[in-house]
Ligand binder design. Structure first.
Ligand code: ATP
Ligand code: MG
Length: 563
């Protein structure tokens, strides 16, 4: 489903009309029926990569629902696979959630519950509901059967409780090598739900864990872990993405057989965004192959990437709200995210003039050589009475090459030979002469100001065009990084298996140009992206050094995409 921009306003009206999404309906009902006194949610990332926009949506949903209904949210690291996980990821995940503006009441790790999960596994063995299987991974896979054909029972399925207990304890003691045995739940090898065909609960992995060290050499599987962790934490609404709906019966089965707190799982559609990949595995590959500068490359859909790009937490939260919660797959236009950012920055960001794009010199021939006039300009037009900045005007200026055209069409309201334009915050100028180099390239424009058009003159005269400019002598050189979509294909999720997603990388996703900035930019301390007037929103990059400021383009001023 695309999200046409035209519908945004109507959608907004509908949302403020207190129409509830399906999760809000469920929670309202659960609270009013007295099923729960308060709600408890959790955000359960696996610490095997940096968080991306999809996670941001899940965070906004889990924390947002708890906030709305007076509940609380746990952060739980789903760290059951010792091989892929790292504390670097744990730290980045915490930083990103805080940046988004949310606080968890408890920080837990699935590994905190390894002892309890082990005790429960023995309990299931004792109830005759779990057994140790010696088959190889391949035998187990084949034995599961297919959707059309029932599975075959393992020859080890009917081991006695005593034997199962002894073998499971031996697995825990480290007596058996990796892959030699697993613990399986004993459910139904003919079930139409493949998840019920004796799912694996534990596998042997002789690898140290980032938190439990060498204590364990058996690790629980996701399905045996998630619901029980929810239950231990009294999670009332365990919200996950749609692909887990086939896991739900198994989630309920373990909780029922163990007779523990009945957490419930609810599924919503994953977030997909055009021109964007949202798989930690592939994002990790982009980083490892050096195709981007790191997890926080401003082209990455990671939270740290968009933060560096200039996104604000307000914009990301607004985006998550606009996207909404549905039960069917969504493809959201990247333009919607940019729209949310523009809405936020338009209100809050400071304005500066920066000329880039191969500037043209503009010489004011009726200006006293060496004279500087300082103009006042508001830092933020949304607060014209608020703080202002001082902008120096001299006889030697620079303008964007795009703002001049020799044989301009009628509708071109910027500068042309013999044409007039206002230089923002200052005078109206007229272009009298065009100077070119030997190749015919325009290198300088000789202009005159109309002194009567000084903004404070009281004799306001209007012209069709206003352009931005900087005084050459006062301008500071900056590096401007212009970003575009990382991929050229709108639906990155539907790339056929035989094609490589890396073939769709946009070769123009980063273009570096030189810019010339008015002096006030250097002392900007707003902490958020600023507007380069008439160009777009830009955020200062951490690569900046005192002599070499670097600015990242967050987004253009206007919608760059077509409906
Ligand atoms: P990936 O597929 O990118 O590796 P994941 O689902 O494996 O992501 P987890 O760390 O397991 O990543 O996810 C943490 C939570 O974020 C889960 O509840 C998951 O459902 C949710 N989540 C992950 N991707 C998305 C997405 N695209 N849209 C919405 N929620 C998501
Ligand atoms: Mg996962």
């Amino acid at each position: 489903m695309r999200f046409p921009m035209e519908n945004l306003e109507t959608k907004e009206v509908k949302q403020t009309g207190e129409s509830l999404n399906f999760l809000e309906e469920i929670i309202t009902e659960d609270l009013s029926s007295g099923k729960y006194k308060s709600i408890m949610t959790r955000f359960p990332p696996e610490p095997n990569g940096y968080l991306h926009l999809g996670h941001a949506k899940s965070i906004c949903l889990n924390f947002g629902l708890a906030q709305k209904y007076g509940g609380a949210t746990n952060l739980r690291f789903d760290d059951t696979n010792p091989v892929k996980e790292d504390t670097e990821y744990v730290d980045s995940i915490k930083e990103d959630i805080k940046w988004l503006g949310f606080n968890w009441v408890n920080e837990f790790y699935a590994s905190d519950y390894f002892d309890q999960l082990y005790i429960w596994a023995e309990e299931l063995i004792k109830k005759g509901l779990a057994y140790v299987d010696d088959q190889t991974q391949e035998e187990i896979r084949v034995g599961r059967g297919t959707v059309q054909t029932p599975g075959i029972e393992s020859p080890y399925r009917n081991r006695s409780v005593e034997e199962n207990l002894r073998l499971f304890r031996e697995m825990k003691e480290g007596i058996h090598p990796d892959g030699s045995k697993v613990l399986r739940a004993k459910i139904d090898m003919a079930s139409t739900n493949m998840m019920f065909r004796d799912p694996i609960m534990y596998r042997i992995i002789h690898a140290p864990h980032h938190r439990t060290g060498d204590k364990w050499c058996i690790y629980p599987m996701y399905d045996y872990t998630h619901g029980q962790c929810d239950s231990i934490e009294n999670i009332t609404h365990s919200i996950c993405t749609l692909e887990f709906d086939v896991h739900r019966p198994l989630y309920d089965w373990f909780i029922e057989k163990l007779e523990i707190f009945p957490s419930h799982q609810y599924e919503f559609a994953r977030l997909n965004v055009t021109y964007t990949l949202m798989s930690k595995r592939k994002l990790l590959e982009l980083v490892r192959l050096g195709l981007v500068s790191g997890w926080d490359d401003p082209r990455m859909p990671t939270i740290c990437g968009i933060r560096r790009r200039g996104y604000t937490p307000e914009a990301v939260r607004a985006f998550a709200t606009k996207v909404g919660v549905t039960k069917h797959d969504q493809m959201i236009d990247l333009g919607l995210m940019e729209w949310c950012l523009r809405q936020d920055l338009n209100e809050r960001s400071n304005r500066y003039m920066v000329v880039s794009k191969d500037p043209i010199k503009l010489t004011i021939t009726n200006w006293k050589e060496g004279h500087t006039e300082w103009f006042n300009a508001p830092l933020n037009p949304a607060a014209p009475e608020g703080p202002s900045r001082k902008v120096p005007f001299t006889g030697h200026l620079l303008i964007d090459r795009d703002d001049f055209m020799e044989d301009a069409p009628k509708k071109f309201f910027r500068l042309r030979p013999d044409g007039e334009v206002r230089l923002k915050y200052t005078y109206i100028i007229k272009c009298n002469e065009v100077i070119k180099d030997e190749n015919g390239k325009v290198v300088e424009l000789l202009c005159t100001i109309d002194p009567d058009t000084h903004p404070a003159s009281g004799q306001w005269r209007s012209v069709k065009g206003t352009i931005h400019w900087v005084a050459e002598e006062y301008a500071s050189e900056i590096e401007v990084r212009l970003y575009d979509k990382l991929f050229t294909e709108p639906d990155m999720g539907s790339i056929p298996e035989d094609k490589d997603y890396k073939d769709f990388l946009n070769p123009e996703s980063l273009v570096v140009v030189k810019g010339y900035a008015e002096p006030a930019l250097e002392s900007d301390n707003s902490g958020i992206a600023v507007q380069f007037e008439r160009v777009g929103y830009f955020a200062k990059d951490p690569d900046s050094t005192p002599g070499h400021p670097v600015w990242n383009k967050a987004t253009a001023l206007k919608d760059s995409f077509k409906l």
